[in-house]
Design a protein around this ligand. Structure first.
Ligand code: SF4
Ligand code: SF4
Length: 241
């Protein structure tokens, strides 16, 4: 974990603006890192912002801290998913994986971001709300959220990660297109109970005419049409199954 070596720190404040979540403060000419909101992203060390090398990495203790660091630092890779940082394959490889089949819609809720972060308790609130509304959350082979699920049926997370504060975390899964309104309504309700920001990504297949009912569902719910997106054009070879 990132700590300030009090023997070396001069209190110059160089490191403060580099922290991704404002976890560093200088008080009495000494920098301090708040362990409660440090995401262990290691930007402060990677960018070598301290002129005297006073910010040092001490060993991470337990799965919770290792998980937090691995998801918050894009130079690290979660061995279970093989994808760096908090990332997942999401819809990017749907041409090949066929993860989202006709009649299904993928939902990706990206909680936190640089400057804000997210507690895993807020991640759990969202995971439980959308699970109760019918979202099937991804498994551990595809997504970090699947790795820390304690109970797939409820969306409850493992206790050892609940007190961690991450730079960002994705709650992702899929449901039938007909079930999307219920999931989005649940998201609207739970957003009142969380202390972070999130962006919503939807993964929709179109028919031969480029039509998807997902846009109409958004319109019916009074949600804005997405202004950006990624398109898979079907050049991959789907895996069997
Ligand atoms: S590791 Fe990241 S969150 Fe922690 S003090 Fe350094 S920059 Fe801030
Ligand atoms: S940059 Fe280094 S010396 Fe300056 S306040 Fe931060 S930790 Fe202390």
């Amino acid at each position: 974990m990132a700590v300030v070596n009090v023997e070396k720190c001069t209190g110059c404040g160089n490191c403060v603006p580099y922290c991704t979540v404002r976890a560093i403060r200088v008080e009495d000419k000494m920098a301090r890192i708040d362990p409660g909101c440090c995401t262990e992203c290691y930007v402060c060390m990677r960018e070598k912002v301290c002129p005297v090398g006073a910010i040092e990495a001490q060993p991470l203790v337990g799965f919770g801290e290792i998980f937090k660091h691995t998801l918050s630092d894009p130079t690290e890779t979660l061995k279970e998913t093989g994808v760096p940082g908090r990332g997942t394959e999401e819809a990017k490889t749907n041409d090949v994986t066929g993860r989202f089949r006709p009649g299904e819609v993928g939902v990706c809720i990206d909680l936190g971001r640089p400057g804000v972060g997210t507690s895993m308790r807020d991640v759990e609130k969202v995971a439980m709300a959308v699970t109760a509304a019918g979202l099937e959350i991804e498994g551990p082979e595809n997504s970090p959220i699947g790795l820390v699920l304690k109970d797939r049926a409820t969306g409850r997370l493992q206790e050892e990660v609940l007190d961690q504060y991450l730079l960002s975390m994705i709650v992702e899964g899929k449901c039938p297109v007909s079930g999307l309104p219920k999931v989005l309504e649940a998201l609207r309700e739970v957003e009142k109970q969380i202390d972070t920001v999130f962006s919503l990504g939807l993964v929709a297949r179109t028919d031969a005419n480029g039509h998807t009912p997902v846009l109409e569902i958004l319109e019916e719910l009074g949600l804005p049409r997405p202004i950006r997106g990624k398109v898979n054009v079907g050049l991959g070879r789907p895996l069997a199954g």
